[in-house]
Design a protein around this ligand. Structure first.
Ligand code: ADP
Ligand code: MG
Length: 255
Protein backbone atom coordinates (compact mmCIF):
# COMPACT_ATOMS: atom_id res chain seq x y z
CA UNK A 1 0.00 0.00 0.00
CA UNK A 2 2.71 2.44 1.11
CA UNK A 3 6.41 2.26 0.44
CA UNK A 4 8.79 5.03 1.51
CA UNK A 5 12.52 4.74 0.91
CA UNK A 6 15.36 7.09 1.78
CA UNK A 7 13.02 9.97 2.54
CA UNK A 8 14.74 13.30 3.13
CA UNK A 9 13.14 16.44 4.49
CA UNK A 10 14.78 19.77 5.27
CA UNK A 11 13.00 22.62 6.98
CA UNK A 12 14.54 26.07 6.78
CA UNK A 13 17.83 24.53 5.65
CA UNK A 14 17.97 22.13 8.60
CA UNK A 15 17.86 18.43 7.73
CA UNK A 16 15.01 16.78 9.65
CA UNK A 17 14.82 13.45 7.82
CA UNK A 18 17.95 11.99 6.26
CA UNK A 19 17.00 8.52 5.08
CA UNK A 20 13.70 7.31 6.50
CA UNK A 21 12.12 4.05 5.31
CA UNK A 22 8.65 2.74 5.93
CA UNK A 23 6.50 0.03 4.37
CA UNK A 24 2.85 -0.60 5.23
CA UNK A 25 0.77 -3.35 3.63
CA UNK A 26 -2.98 -3.86 3.71
CA UNK A 27 -4.13 -5.63 6.83
CA UNK A 28 -0.96 -4.61 8.62
CA UNK A 29 -0.47 -2.37 11.63
CA UNK A 30 2.97 -0.78 11.58
CA UNK A 31 4.17 1.11 14.64
CA UNK A 32 6.56 4.00 14.04
CA UNK A 33 8.58 4.60 17.18
CA UNK A 34 11.54 6.75 18.18
CA UNK A 35 12.59 9.34 20.74
CA UNK A 36 11.07 12.82 20.91
CA UNK A 37 12.23 14.89 17.98
CA UNK A 38 13.41 11.85 15.97
CA UNK A 39 11.22 12.85 13.02
CA UNK A 40 8.18 10.59 13.43
CA UNK A 41 5.58 13.29 12.82
CA UNK A 42 7.59 14.71 9.93
CA UNK A 43 7.74 11.28 8.28
CA UNK A 44 4.02 10.68 8.90
CA UNK A 45 3.22 14.04 7.32
CA UNK A 46 5.57 13.36 4.40
CA UNK A 47 4.02 9.99 3.56
CA UNK A 48 0.57 11.56 3.94
CA UNK A 49 1.56 14.05 1.24
CA UNK A 50 1.44 16.97 3.67
CA UNK A 51 5.17 17.69 3.87
CA UNK A 52 7.49 18.45 0.99
CA UNK A 53 10.44 16.10 0.64
CA UNK A 54 13.86 16.76 -0.92
CA UNK A 55 14.98 13.20 -1.54
CA UNK A 56 13.97 9.57 -1.57
CA UNK A 57 10.67 8.15 -2.74
CA UNK A 58 7.19 7.76 -1.32
CA UNK A 59 4.72 5.62 -3.26
CA UNK A 60 1.09 4.78 -2.64
CA UNK A 61 0.12 1.66 -4.58
CA UNK A 62 3.15 2.33 -6.73
CA UNK A 63 2.24 5.95 -7.49
CA UNK A 64 4.58 8.75 -6.40
CA UNK A 65 2.88 10.78 -3.68
CA UNK A 66 3.89 14.01 -5.48
CA UNK A 67 1.52 13.02 -8.28
CA UNK A 68 -1.38 12.55 -5.88
CA UNK A 69 -3.41 15.52 -4.76
CA UNK A 70 -6.74 16.47 -3.28
CA UNK A 71 -9.42 13.87 -3.61
CA UNK A 72 -7.18 11.20 -5.08
CA UNK A 73 -4.90 11.38 -2.06
CA UNK A 74 -7.86 11.61 0.33
CA UNK A 75 -9.30 8.43 -1.13
CA UNK A 76 -6.05 6.59 -0.46
CA UNK A 77 -5.21 7.64 3.06
CA UNK A 78 -6.78 9.28 6.07
CA UNK A 79 -4.53 11.19 8.45
CA UNK A 80 -5.12 11.80 12.14
CA UNK A 81 -2.71 14.58 13.16
CA UNK A 82 -0.83 14.69 16.47
CA UNK A 83 -2.19 18.07 17.42
CA UNK A 84 -5.45 19.14 16.02
CA UNK A 85 -7.24 22.29 16.97
CA UNK A 86 -10.66 21.70 18.51
CA UNK A 87 -13.04 24.14 16.82
CA UNK A 88 -15.80 25.79 18.86
CA UNK A 89 -19.43 25.03 18.22
CA UNK A 90 -18.92 21.84 16.18
CA UNK A 91 -20.87 18.73 17.09
CA UNK A 92 -19.50 15.21 16.78
CA UNK A 93 -21.73 14.11 13.90
CA UNK A 94 -20.84 17.22 11.87
CA UNK A 95 -17.14 16.67 12.54
CA UNK A 96 -17.39 13.08 11.32
CA UNK A 97 -19.22 14.28 8.19
CA UNK A 98 -16.14 16.41 7.40
CA UNK A 99 -14.41 13.08 6.75
CA UNK A 100 -16.83 12.57 3.85
CA UNK A 101 -15.74 15.74 2.03
CA UNK A 102 -13.59 13.89 -0.55
CA UNK A 103 -16.75 12.01 -1.57
CA UNK A 104 -19.17 14.93 -1.66
CA UNK A 105 -19.14 16.86 -4.93
CA UNK A 106 -19.07 20.67 -5.00
CA UNK A 107 -22.54 22.26 -4.71
CA UNK A 108 -23.94 18.94 -3.54
CA UNK A 109 -25.14 18.05 -0.07
CA UNK A 110 -24.41 14.85 1.79
CA UNK A 111 -26.18 11.87 0.24
CA UNK A 112 -27.74 8.92 1.98
CA UNK A 113 -24.55 6.91 1.47
CA UNK A 114 -22.56 9.73 3.14
CA UNK A 115 -24.87 9.62 6.17
CA UNK A 116 -24.54 5.84 6.24
CA UNK A 117 -20.75 6.06 6.13
CA UNK A 118 -20.81 8.54 9.02
CA UNK A 119 -23.06 6.25 11.05
CA UNK A 120 -20.78 3.28 10.35
CA UNK A 121 -17.66 5.22 11.36
CA UNK A 122 -19.31 6.39 14.60
CA UNK A 123 -20.52 2.87 15.42
CA UNK A 124 -17.08 1.37 14.71
CA UNK A 125 -15.38 3.80 17.08
CA UNK A 126 -18.11 3.68 19.73
CA UNK A 127 -18.97 7.37 19.54
CA UNK A 128 -22.60 7.00 18.44
CA UNK A 129 -23.87 8.16 21.83
CA UNK A 130 -21.77 11.31 21.50
CA UNK A 131 -23.21 12.35 18.11
CA UNK A 132 -24.89 15.49 19.44
CA UNK A 133 -22.08 16.59 21.76
CA UNK A 134 -19.86 19.60 21.11
CA UNK A 135 -16.25 18.56 20.40
CA UNK A 136 -14.85 20.86 23.09
CA UNK A 137 -16.87 19.07 25.79
CA UNK A 138 -15.34 15.64 25.10
CA UNK A 139 -12.75 13.87 27.24
CA UNK A 140 -9.35 13.18 25.69
CA UNK A 141 -10.22 9.56 24.96
CA UNK A 142 -13.61 10.45 23.46
CA UNK A 143 -12.06 13.15 21.27
CA UNK A 144 -9.40 10.75 20.00
CA UNK A 145 -12.07 8.19 19.06
CA UNK A 146 -13.99 10.93 17.24
CA UNK A 147 -10.81 11.83 15.33
CA UNK A 148 -10.50 8.21 14.26
CA UNK A 149 -14.19 8.25 13.28
CA UNK A 150 -13.55 11.30 11.06
CA UNK A 151 -10.72 9.38 9.41
CA UNK A 152 -12.82 6.22 8.95
CA UNK A 153 -15.67 8.16 7.39
CA UNK A 154 -13.21 9.04 4.65
CA UNK A 155 -13.23 5.31 3.75
CA UNK A 156 -9.63 5.27 2.59
CA UNK A 157 -7.73 1.96 2.60
CA UNK A 158 -4.94 3.42 4.77
CA UNK A 159 -5.11 5.16 8.12
CA UNK A 160 -2.19 7.17 9.52
CA UNK A 161 -2.52 8.12 13.18
CA UNK A 162 0.11 10.34 14.83
CA UNK A 163 0.28 9.63 18.59
CA UNK A 164 -3.44 8.97 19.02
CA UNK A 165 -2.78 7.69 22.53
CA UNK A 166 -0.70 10.62 23.78
CA UNK A 167 -2.37 12.24 26.80
CA UNK A 168 -4.78 9.31 27.22
CA UNK A 169 -5.04 7.26 30.40
CA UNK A 170 -4.14 3.57 30.33
CA UNK A 171 -7.66 2.30 29.66
CA UNK A 172 -8.34 4.81 26.90
CA UNK A 173 -4.93 4.06 25.32
CA UNK A 174 -5.68 0.34 25.34
CA UNK A 175 -9.12 0.97 23.80
CA UNK A 176 -7.61 3.08 21.02
CA UNK A 177 -4.91 0.44 20.42
CA UNK A 178 -7.48 -2.36 20.19
CA UNK A 179 -9.56 -0.31 17.77
CA UNK A 180 -6.58 0.29 15.47
CA UNK A 181 -5.58 -3.39 15.66
CA UNK A 182 -9.12 -4.46 14.66
CA UNK A 183 -9.14 -1.98 11.77
CA UNK A 184 -5.94 -3.58 10.49
CA UNK A 185 -7.44 -7.04 10.98
CA UNK A 186 -10.37 -5.87 8.84
CA UNK A 187 -7.94 -5.06 6.02
CA UNK A 188 -6.87 -1.44 6.49
CA UNK A 189 -3.21 -0.48 6.24
CA UNK A 190 -2.58 1.24 9.59
CA UNK A 191 0.40 3.37 10.56
CA UNK A 192 0.51 4.12 14.27
CA UNK A 193 3.02 6.69 15.47
CA UNK A 194 3.45 5.97 19.15
CA UNK A 195 6.04 6.47 21.85
CA UNK A 196 4.78 3.73 24.15
CA UNK A 197 7.04 0.82 23.19
CA UNK A 198 5.11 -1.82 25.13
CA UNK A 199 1.93 -0.77 23.34
CA UNK A 200 3.72 -0.81 19.99
CA UNK A 201 5.08 -4.30 20.65
CA UNK A 202 1.67 -5.54 21.75
CA UNK A 203 -0.35 -4.45 18.72
CA UNK A 204 2.02 -4.02 15.78
CA UNK A 205 2.87 -6.52 13.05
CA UNK A 206 6.00 -4.53 12.29
CA UNK A 207 7.91 -1.91 14.23
CA UNK A 208 9.93 0.82 12.52
CA UNK A 209 12.48 2.67 14.65
CA UNK A 210 13.49 6.17 13.65
CA UNK A 211 16.37 8.00 15.28
CA UNK A 212 17.82 11.38 14.26
CA UNK A 213 15.77 11.34 11.06
CA UNK A 214 16.85 7.89 9.88
CA UNK A 215 15.18 4.51 10.02
CA UNK A 216 17.54 2.39 12.08
CA UNK A 217 15.47 -0.81 12.30
CA UNK A 218 12.36 -2.42 10.81
CA UNK A 219 10.88 -5.79 11.79
CA UNK A 220 9.21 -7.77 14.55
CA UNK A 221 9.02 -6.00 17.89
CA UNK A 222 11.13 -8.61 19.67
CA UNK A 223 13.85 -8.41 17.05
CA UNK A 224 13.85 -4.64 16.77
CA UNK A 225 13.35 -3.53 20.36
CA UNK A 226 16.09 -5.55 21.98
CA UNK A 227 18.09 -4.37 24.94
CA UNK A 228 20.95 -3.06 22.82
CA UNK A 229 18.70 -0.93 20.66
CA UNK A 230 16.74 0.43 23.64
CA UNK A 231 20.08 1.51 25.10
CA UNK A 232 21.42 2.93 21.83
CA UNK A 233 18.31 4.84 20.75
CA UNK A 234 16.54 5.70 24.01
CA UNK A 235 19.59 5.68 26.30
CA UNK A 236 17.85 3.47 28.81
CA UNK A 237 18.50 0.06 30.36
CA UNK A 238 15.24 -1.69 29.55
CA UNK A 239 13.93 -5.01 28.33
CA UNK A 240 10.74 -5.92 26.57
CA UNK A 241 8.93 -9.03 27.77
CA UNK A 242 5.95 -10.75 26.20
CA UNK A 243 4.34 -13.57 28.13
CA UNK A 244 0.82 -15.05 28.01
CA UNK A 245 -0.28 -12.35 25.57
CA UNK A 246 0.86 -9.55 27.89
CA UNK A 247 3.63 -7.16 26.99
CA UNK A 248 5.72 -5.27 29.51
CA UNK A 249 8.69 -3.00 29.34
CA UNK A 250 10.96 -3.54 32.32
CA UNK A 251 12.94 -0.38 32.91
CA UNK A 252 15.80 0.29 35.26
CA UNK A 253 14.55 3.67 36.41
CA UNK A 254 17.23 4.44 38.99
CA UNK A 255 20.50 2.95 37.83
P1 ADP B 1 8.79 13.57 16.56
O1 ADP B 1 7.41 13.50 16.02
O2 ADP B 1 9.57 12.29 16.38
O3 ADP B 1 8.85 14.00 17.99
P2 ADP B 1 9.10 15.74 14.67
O4 ADP B 1 8.97 15.12 13.33
O5 ADP B 1 7.94 16.50 15.20
O6 ADP B 1 9.61 14.65 15.72
O7 ADP B 1 10.33 16.73 14.64
C1 ADP B 1 11.64 16.32 14.25
C2 ADP B 1 12.57 17.49 14.36
O8 ADP B 1 12.24 18.45 13.40
C3 ADP B 1 12.52 18.19 15.70
O9 ADP B 1 13.83 18.57 16.05
C4 ADP B 1 11.67 19.39 15.43
O10 ADP B 1 12.02 20.45 16.27
C5 ADP B 1 12.00 19.70 13.98
N1 ADP B 1 10.88 20.34 13.27
C6 ADP B 1 9.69 19.76 13.00
N2 ADP B 1 8.89 20.62 12.34
C7 ADP B 1 9.60 21.75 12.19
C8 ADP B 1 9.33 23.03 11.59
N3 ADP B 1 8.16 23.30 10.99
N4 ADP B 1 10.31 23.96 11.63
C9 ADP B 1 11.49 23.69 12.23
N5 ADP B 1 11.80 22.52 12.79
C10 ADP B 1 10.88 21.56 12.79
MG1 MG C 1 5.51 13.80 16.83
Amino acid sequence: MLEARGVQVSIGGTPILAGANLTVRRGQLVALVGPNGAGKSTLARAVAGLQKTCGGSICWQGVDVRRLRGRRLARLRAFVPQRSRVPDGVRVRDAVMIGRSPHIGPFRGASRSDHEAVARAMARTGVGDLAGRLLNTLSGGEFQRVQIAVALAQEAPALLADEPTAHLDLGASAAAAVLLRRLADDGLAVLLVVHDLALAAAVADQVVVIDHGRTVAEGDAEAVLDRGRLAAVWDVDAQLETRDGRTALHVEWLP
